[in-house]
Design a protein. Sequence first.
Length: 95
Amino acid sequence: MIWKMRLVRWTSNNLPSRMTLLTRIDPEKRVFRYYQVNVQPTLVDDHAVVIAWGSLRTSYGRMRAISQPSPQAAEELAQKIIEKKLNRGYLPTNE
């Protein structure tokens, strides 16, 4: 079993969003997936958790945005989503 690990997470004072990239790679089961979680400000609501997921082998992918009333609520939701994916075998990826 081969696992590939890379962690992409950044924050900046002038760029208030945060991104976490998780991957699940298991060649024996033909699993090559990514899951990306972003917390970012929006034009309409205060903040949103933007989730993208799909295959690392193809261009197929989906995206979803979940509005949150505050940055703290968005961070809490993002952390819950990340923990759930880590429990399902996804790994944080480093670049």
